[in-house]
Design a protein around this ligand. Structure first.
Ligand code: G3P
Ligand code: MG
Length: 358
């Protein structure tokens, strides 16, 4: 039969390379595409709009569910991005579901932190906005801020007359998640210190510190402003320094995101799944395709200590490309974490990859 014959002939090989794109400082600055990113991404699709080259976005940013980020990116960049192609700093939080699925947890950061965690399956999530709103005077300077408790409630879509959704006065928070850059550092540091420390109440004296997770640890990143902005790593330092001064034992926490090697391992696994769904226009069925180990995976980033260090630590098959559109602006390669290639823009990076891969 044709099927038998198709097993005998030499089977077509899938593309043996893939690409991971950093977002901030490579693809976008704020919400503006940079470095020729829309036209570069278009080159990774066939004429019929099907994906030809396996690629994904590997960002330490976040704040909204991957599905929403995918459609936002599709609108901004003019290509069809699937949710599976978006790996954000907080994406690995899904892996903590077993441990905290039915526990009271708090999530903070720009965007919609509680929606992100609820979509991962966590059942009892409060945003820090909502949590704080249940405690009168928890932020002693809130009246000087141009956003109010009422706005916080409106943002959370809950009525101020309602009793808390969970008993925040008796049930202790089991974990706090910083999913994206915090909006109100002062308030968040205060309330996280409240949640994380034993406050001298008899029942709480010997209580172990609730778990604390950060989606990433970027000290600085490239946003819309010309100079780098302080990122989640800077917030972590602020929280940690203060907590360690007011508490008897040092802050315990876990940070996810690049440059952790497991982020690159996970990206490789996802790229393999994306590779399996890439169609060559002249190939009849995907079952005839050979799933290859990647010969090369390209990481295109703007931050040497995050993107390039991460790709280097991950080792084979990662190949790092550093652009000059974000945190890094030097003429020569970065001294401590030199990339395999330095280019001006993501467009140059994609041009290099496509001609190298023939
Ligand atoms: O807040 C986002 C920032 O920390 C980094 O984003 O896309 O450069 O990894 P990205
Ligand atoms: Mg970046």
């Amino acid at each position: 039969s044709w099927r038998f014959f198709s097993q005998l002939r030499s089977r077509p090989e899938r593309s043996s390379f893939g690409i991971a794109f950093d977002i901030d400082g490579v693809i976008l600055r704020g919400r503006v595409p940079i470095g020729g990113s829309p036209q570069s991404l278009r080159r990774l699709y066939g004429d019929s709009g099907t994906l030809k080259i396996p690629f994904l976005f590997l960002t330490n940013g976040g704040g909204i569910p991957e599905s929403r980020r995918a459609s936002e990116l599709s609108d901004l960049l003019g290509v069809k991005i699937l949710p599976s192609q978006v790996v954000q700093g907080h994406s690995p939080f899904k892996g903590l579901l077993k441990r905290f699925e039915n526990e009271l947890i708090v999530a903070t950061g720009k965007g919609e932190p509680s929606l992100v965690m609820s979509e991962y399956g966590f059942k009892k999530v409060l945003s820090l906005d909502e949590y704080a709103a249940y405690f009168d005077n928890i932020d002693p300077v809130s009246q000087y801020k141009n956003w109010t408790t009422e706005q916080a409630f409106n943002r959370c879509n809950i009525s101020m007359d309602l009793v808390p959704r969970y008993n925040v006065f008796s049930e202790s928070v089991k974990a706090a998640f910083v999913i994206s850059d915090p909006v109100d550092w002062g308030r968040d540091i205060q309330v996280l210190c409240d949640i994380l420390r034993s406050r001298g109440l008899p029942a709480e004296n010997n209580r172990h510190q609730p778990a604390l997770y950060f989606a990433a640890d970027d000290l600085e990143y490239q946003a819309a402003f010309p100079a780098e902005r302080l990122g989640m790593g800077a917030f972590r330092i602020a929280l940690e320094s203060i907590f360690n001064r007011i508490h008897h034992s040092a802050l315990e926490y876990t940070s996810f995101g690049k440059p952790n090697p497991f982020v690159f391992k996970n990206a490789e696994t996802i790229l393999r799944q994306i590779q399996a769904s890439c169609h060559d226009d002249n190939v009849v069925g995907t079952e005839d395709m050979v799933s290859l180990d990647f010969k090369t995976l390209y990481m295109i980033g703007d931050n040497p200590v995050v993107d390039i260090k991460g790709a280097q630590q991950a080792g084979h098959p990662w190949f790092s490309i550093l652009t000059r559109t974000g945190v890094f602006r030097e003429k020569e390669n970065h001294a401590e974490f030199p990339a395999d290639l330095v280019v001006d823009t993501v467009e140059e990076a994609v041009e290099y990859i496509l001609s190298r891969e023939g």
